[in-house]
Design a binder for this molecule. Structure first.
Ligand SMILES: C[S@@+](CC[C@H](N)C(=O)[O-])C[C@H]1O[C@@H](n2cnc3c(N)ncnc32)[C@H](O)[C@@H]1O
Length: 257
């Protein structure tokens, strides 16, 4: 598949800047208020913690980027690799973000018509216009339609799509407490016999319950076949990124409706 440079790192520079500023503020307050013992202690604890967090996130940013091993692309490719080049019909990309997976799939599968939806909140710095530009720059505008919508309430009829994908989105859907409901909504718009591939923090018990329970929940939605595989079993993840904040709870849920 043609590799497109990811426009955004999941650990954004904005996030790194914010953590750095917290570290700087705590350090400066600690220095200037060193005579107020309690405040100085508190500031030095916060300063140390924010420095550790900054260094860790800086490392994560590097590892996710092309220069550090491209793990953002490698993890995402576990989703797109499940779609055959001769796939046809309609595909929905839920929480398409920068539009990168939609565009990659449009290039890889010229017979697909793709809808990408996202709510494009301020946290990520993604935007519908940027997705449309990415599609235009890669000559696939006629294959893709980007639309603002929430994964919690998709603006599509039941059984509208032949394929539904989503990568690292469901845990973020803030207006749904039980994230299994987001899976249910995604499967609602999939045609009978259609393919689904969802990657998310699916092994996080607080979000989805235990593994067996999640698989049974999906089967009970009239799903013909379902498999749940841990991302770190399919890809060698750098040890420090194999933690709950990143990929230790990440898994692929895929199958046929
Ligand atoms: C980690 S990014 C993943 C983006 C993209 N799927 C990718 O693989 O690069 C999470 C995305 O989820 C989107 N998102 C969060 N809550 C959403 C919701 N309720 N509905 C639609 N998209 C949502 C965010 O805007 C963001 O683009």
């Amino acid at each position: 598949m043609k590799a497109i440079e990811a426009e955004k790192n999941w650990v954004s520079k904005k996030m790194l800047r914010a953590i750095f500023l917290v570290w700087l503020a705590c350090t400066l307050i600690g220095i200037f208020c060193y005579k107020i013992f309690i405040l100085a202690i508190l500031c030095s604890i916060l300063s140390s913690l924010s420095l550790i967090l900054f260094l860790f996130m800086f490392y994560a940013h590097h590892k996710l980027s092309p220069k550090g091993g491209n793990f953002q692309s490698k993890v995402s490719a576990l989703v797109t690799d499940k779609i055959e080049t001769n796939a046809s019909g309609r595909l929905l990309d839920i929480g398409c973000g920068s539009g990168i997976l939609s565009v990659e799939l449009a290039i890889k599968c010229p017979l697909l018509k793709i809808n990408g939806i996202d709510y494009w909140g301020s946290m990520w710095g993604y935007a519908k216009e940027k997705c449309e530009k990415l599609a235009k720059d890669n000559n696939v505008s006629d294959q893709i339609c980007f639309e603002r919508a929430s994964a919690s309430s998709l603006p599509f009829e039941d059984e509208s799509f032949d394929i539904v994908i989503s990568n690292m989105v469901f845990h973020e859907v803030a207006d749904v407490k039980d994230k299994k409901e987001v899976i249910k909504e995604a499967l609602r718009v999939l045609k009978k016999g259609g393919l689904f591939v969802f990657q998310d923090l699916l092994l996080n018990k607080k979000l989805y319950g235990n593994r067996e329970y999640l698989v049974q929940y999906v089967k009970d939605l009239n799903i013909e076949s379902v498999s749940l595989t841990k991302t770190a079993e399919q890809l060698t993840i750098p040890r420090l990124l194999n933690c709950p904040m990143f990929f230790s709870d990440t898994a692929l849920l895929s199958g046929k409706k």
